[in-house]
Design a protein around this ligand. Structure first.
Ligand code: GUN
Length: 287
């Protein structure tokens, strides 16, 4: 029977630790860490994620400031807002919820955020730091994935890790973190040939393709650890909807451990965002 890695419980612990750090920062500086959350347009999934991020901030004592902009916001207006947030000493972290509307150049926008306030870790400076192992803010989902893996794996050296998906948000950064631990990392994607043959050799499978139930039982070798990053809303015959992951979990009983969907990676991503905000506030106070 595969162990189910409880992301909710782990996230609660991290949130409790973060709340303590928030109190300590407030006691020392007279100011709670501040996070600006920017949502452009009204993508329903983004609305849900932003709502969760803000409610968790409140629980942890982080001051969150929400900026909701209409879908037709001009790119220049968003850049001007980011400039103001970069200058604002009460704001320690800036999060621009993705995806942005098509008329806005996301790369340009992310580059405009001060790397010190880049709690998503998407700025080229932080991407470069991650790939050279020189600190900086690390993207939240990959950070959460490593904490989930750390609960079942002590030593990554020489383990074969296969990442499915090459996104800038998950696939590429998690590959860097696994490489840093001296796993042998293969990053696969939509064009990869014979994907099940590749994943079947892996000790660690990170499924981040956004394709419901892509990873079947025969894709995974007995004893492997599987992290399911997928969150796709599907509609059942009766019209009800539910969230499913990238793994056919019911076929993976021979795995050593697996994260559930929901209740695995998702809660850890939010907890790591708050932890990154505290890290950004601590870096600002050290300056
Ligand atoms: N959209 C999907 N995942 C993310 C994320 O981790 N951060 C941001 N800002 N937007 C997202």
């Amino acid at each position: 029977m595969a162990e189910i890695i409880d992301g909710r419980a782990m996230a609660q612990k991290l949130l409790a630790r973060t709340a303590e750090q928030v109190k300590a920062i407030e006691a020392r500086t007279g100011q709670a860490p501040g996070l600006a959350v920017v949502l452009v347009g009204s993508d329903p999934a983004s609305e849900v994620y932003v709502g969760r991020k803000i409610s968790q901030c409140r629980k942890a004592g982080i001051r969150s400031v929400e900026h909701r902009l209409p879908a037709d916001t001009a790119e220049q207006d968003l850049l001007t807002l980011i400039d103001a947030l970069n200058e604002d000493a009460t704001i320690h972290g800036i999060l621009i919820q993705l995806p942005l509307p098509k008329h806005i150049d996301a790369a340009l926008v992310l580059k405009r955020i001060s790397p010190h306030k880049d709690v998503d870790g998407f700025h080229p400076v932080n991407v470069g730091r991650l790939s050279t192992g020189t600190g900086g803010l690390v993207p939240c989902t990959p950070l959460g994935i490593m904490m989930l893996l750390d609960s079942v794996i002590e030593d990554y050296r020489g383990l074969d890790a296969v990442v499915i998906g090459k996104s800038n948000i998950v696939g590429k950064p998690v590959a860097m973190l696994l490489l840093e631990r001296e796993a042998t990392v293969t990053v696969t994607h939509i064009e990869t040939k014979d994907l099940p043959d590749v994943t079947r050799k892996a000790d660690i499978v990170i499924a981040a393709a956004g394709a419901p139930h892509l990873v079947r039982g025969y894709w995974v070798k007995p004893g492997a650890v599987v992290i399911d990053v997928g969150i796709t809303r599907v509609t059942d015959h009766d019209g009800s909807t539910r969230i499913v992951g990238d793994c056919a979990t019911h076929e993976l009983e021979h795995a050593r451990a697996i994260t559930p969907v929901p209740g695995g990676v998702g809660p850890m991503t939010i907890a790591c965002l708050l932890a990154n905000t505290v890290q950004a506030a601590e870096m600002a106070n050290d300056d």
